[in-house]
Design a protein around this ligand. Sequence first.
Ligand code: HEC
Length: 573
Amino acid sequence: MKSIYLLISLLIFVCPAQASPVRAVGDFALIDHQGVFHQLSQYSDYQAVVLYSYSSKGDATSGAVDKLSFLQDKYEGRNIAFMMVDATLGETRARVAESLGRHRDDIPVLMDTSQLVSYSLKIDRTGEVLVIDPIRMQLLYRGAIDSRAVAAVKKTSDSISRNYLDEVLSAVTLNGPEVPDVLWEGGQSISFEDLTSELSVSYASDVVPILEQRCVSCHRDGGVAPWSMDSHQMVSGWSEMMRETLLTMRMPPGQIDDTYLDNFTDVHSISDSEKRTLVSWIDSGAEIGGSDDPLTRLEAQASGWALGEPDLIVEFPAQEIPATGALDYKFIPVEIGLDRDRWVRAYAFDIGDKSVLHHVVAYTQDSKQQKQNSSGGGSRTNFGGYAPGRDYVEFDDNTGVLLEEDMRFMVQFHYTTVGRPVTDVTRIGLYFQDEEPEFPLSRTAIMNGEFVIPPGDSDFDVMARATIVKDSYLYNIAPHMHYRGKRVKYWAEYPDGTREDILSIPNFQHNWQMIYRLKQPKLLPAGTVIVSEGAFDNSANNALNPDPSQEVRWGDQVWDEMFIAWMRVSELK
Ligand code: HEC
């Protein structure tokens, strides 16, 4: 034992840090100037990712875009990804698009609005280029794009005429020798302000309030997340992972494109400045800085009903979940037991065991639908469901859903196994209102069931359209795709020919089947077409993909796909 320690310490001693500067690159994700999500690790089937530090105001950068575009053409088909990153505080996508001129569709400009990615990559000047090996997550080159740019900075003539970036890419694609970094001192320096300032972030008064607002609803005892932010010790232990989930935009989950944030309520999000605070705190050692730990005073989530005692509780029959194996969807009819028609203003789920219950959907069937005896649940109407992070739904004021006296639930369960047998007893709680609401809600769907996703395709586009027949208010949208769902957005095409973007989820995550609820219902005149455009990732890069070699079509099972969104609307009388 002792000798191993000795050996390790010797190794450390004989391999001093000066051997090579740190070349490791952490994973990150950003949205580009056209609203598209990019994550470094999703380029792992590429030989290299080129990342150029851009600024719409830069004189150093304008000629460089021509150059990058030229190289992009030159290396087409060789799996080199070209991107730019813009860390200018307050920069907008529109300004960047404008500044790109004819190149606006050529090379994505990652909008590093929090600056955290550039800061982590130590990109502190515009005009620098990084070449990253996305498999080993290492820098292959950083520095000047070519000798002309260096000469321009030094105000000398370009006597050596070298195309450094081209040389690096040629070395990468032909397995040539490494090209050493060439120091870049041109461009403009990027100011990171509070990220580098000596002002230390306070755990108790800066960090905890952000965690409470953005994370703790799930990361607490009884919450849906697997660990609780219930002490400094816990949070500091997880801090490096927290940093990673923030830089890859994985937490908080189900984030929508920030551009649409103001129109929606109850969506998970985190602002740039909050992210900066958390990451600065983590980078400076995640210290408690005192003895007060407000997180230890947080109360556990009260078990039971999120909205208080329901007017009616419907208990679903107990389900026995085996220890192992893949389970088919189950459909179970459940009597509701109403003595008259009722208007529902909210519903909530009390899940028996969240570790096994992946999702549940309560459909309704009136007496006519109940008589149609078909397999797989039969004819049914989607009433509402539970998915992780979505325990309850309260409908908007003056709205509600009608449950008719003769209806029953047809409940669809999807369970996963966890290595031990589990009995799950899940209940739905219904909250009624006496009066018929002014705006009764109905469901409409926008879907496309005709697609065939080829094996291995990493970005298979799908579109769907739905026409609104009568003047209606739109209240919410619930997108639904399975494991290969990658992104989706929605816009309205109005009868007068105008178009309005409604929502974009640039990084759809199957685990998070959210309902996106508009702050103000949106009036859709008769004849409006809601258009949905999205994509599937059927490649091996998609960590959730059960089998990239399959051709995939519409189907109920999670290894099939769906492209659908349910919308709650109210038709005007
Ligand atoms: C809506 C619920 C929810 C919110 C809000 C949420 N998390 Fe999570 N978090 C989860 C769940 C569930 C997991 C388990 C992994 C998964 O399902 O993706 C998780 C996992 C994690 C992990 C472990 C990493 C991993 O790979 O599993 C970290 C770190 C984390 N969350 C950090 C945060 C931070 C930081 C915030 C707030 C900025 C936050 N979470 C907000 C639900 C949530």
